[in-house]
Design a protein around this ligand. Sequence first.
Ligand SMILES: Cc1cc2nc3c(=O)[nH]c(=O)nc-3n(C[C@H](O)[C@H](O)[C@H](O)COP(=O)(O)OP(=O)(O)OC[C@H]3O[C@@H](n4cnc5c(N)ncnc54)[C@H](O)[C@@H]3O)c2cc1C
Length: 499
Amino acid sequence: MTAPLETTADVVVVGAGLAGLCAALTARWSGASVVVIERAPIEERGGNTRFSNGAMRAVYAGVEDIEALVGDISEAERARADFGAYTPEQYFDDLARVTEYRAHPDMMDTLVNRSRETMLWLKTQGARFLPLYEWQFKLPDGRVKFSGGSAVECNGAGDGLSAALFAACARENIDVHYDTRALGLIEDAQGVHGVAARRARQEAIYRGKAVVLACGGFEANAQWRARYLGPSWDLARVRGSRFNTGDGLRMALDIGAMPYGHWSGCHASSWDFNAPEVNELAYGTLFKRDDYAAGIVVNARGDRFFDEGGDIRSLTYAKFGRAILAQPGQIAWQIFDAKGAAQLHGEYRIRQAAHFAAPTLAELVGKLEGLDTEKCLATIAAYNNAIRDDIPFDPGRKDGRRAAGLAVPRSNWALAIAEPPFEAWAVTCGITFTFGGVRIDTTGRVLNSDGAVIPGLFAAGEMAGGLFYFNYPGGAGLMSAAVFGRVAGEGAGALANGS
Ligand SMILES: Cc1cc2nc3c(=O)[nH]c(=O)nc-3n(C[C@H](O)[C@H](O)[C@H](O)COP(=O)(O)OP(=O)(O)OC[C@H]3O[C@@H](n4cnc5c(N)ncnc54)[C@H](O)[C@@H]3O)c2cc1C
């Protein structure tokens, strides 16, 4: 038997997504030596972070704050857009409301109040940002009005963000060991002292004064999904990394960490029915189907089951996947007429899409296999009749143009499905990440189930429970990974330095 590979560093970081890389860089800047271990091979590195759209939700006081992140905004761009502002109060309010007032106040506080400085810090690490013009309100004069929240995206989306941070780690001489799967924590009564791992086909021991677990949730583990999220969740498609199978959570729970947050909850959205079981980097976000507000969505019984215009997309899309999963066959169809289809984003048009088109509604629904066509046509007719035509359609705000008196409400932007040709996309549930995690304190330290600190153990990113419940405001996943990654890095660095 060969002896295990032994590596020693002040701080051992598990997982090379945004949370792990932010933790690694922050600990390194405090003077600590750092090693990162990553389960994926180098070609597939980057976790969910790399799959992401790169939208980030941070506080900003106005266009100057956005300019500080993206560089000069030209006069033409200023004329084209009303950038508005996103105050800490708005951020708290959005987060509290969509999580049904369950988000932990301390965690909200940290996320909101450190969001802006963390964006500026990411820029110093080489991340590049652009104004996020997509998903904002479209004004009648062709201008864009920022709807608050995610005002910037990363240049090159998640791939660009990930590449920038790996480059920063290389500059700081932080070793990343790929193909290295953490299996368990090395601990005793004094606390955590390292990680037992398997590197390629060899056992490997990583010893450190502090360990940061940043290795994602359990979204890619079908068995755990069924166990914790409930029946049929094993059938959800995975939108991101295949490596986030809950290893870090298991390792922490094995030594007594407190499970925390919404263990039966997750971020899941509308995802093309033709998407693979588990996503691949080559597809990125091409299977996302988030333009449901431009049409209506029906299940196999021909019924609507979700308010497609309940709020702006960034505050509704992360709970839509769960609604679809609850439908017969875990399938639904988004149906648009010509004017709705004209609003769709480019990814709807990819060759692999589960897409159908026809010159009449009757012909279109006839093509949707498994759908109760009679009922569907009746649903569309009832919907069209219920639209309050007296309220003007206005994509520049929540316009209140609703379909009144239906069993399933339709609150905004209702337009009749009437103008040929007609198009439909079959969709299912795509899971993004799970909300259940371990309990951390304000310095990122993991607490045990008695509420006491587990010395030497930190957690960040998807692994930290307590921030998201039921739903999620778009752009907060990356922000939370970056903010809590830095918090954990500061804590681990301080511990390694003896303070
Ligand atoms: C398709 C998609 C689009 C998204 N778009 C956005 C967006 O626009 N804005 C936004 O805010 N959020 C978005 N998100 C969510 C966001 O990507 C995540 O919230 C965030 O990236 C989580 O970061 P993390 O570092 O916690 O996890 P990850 O980035 O997933 O990193 C975890 C890492 O741990 C590794 N790992 C797992 N197990 C082990 C082990 N045993 N040993 C060693 N390593 C291990 C994994 O391989 C992975 O590299 C999106 C997610 C997806 C999937």
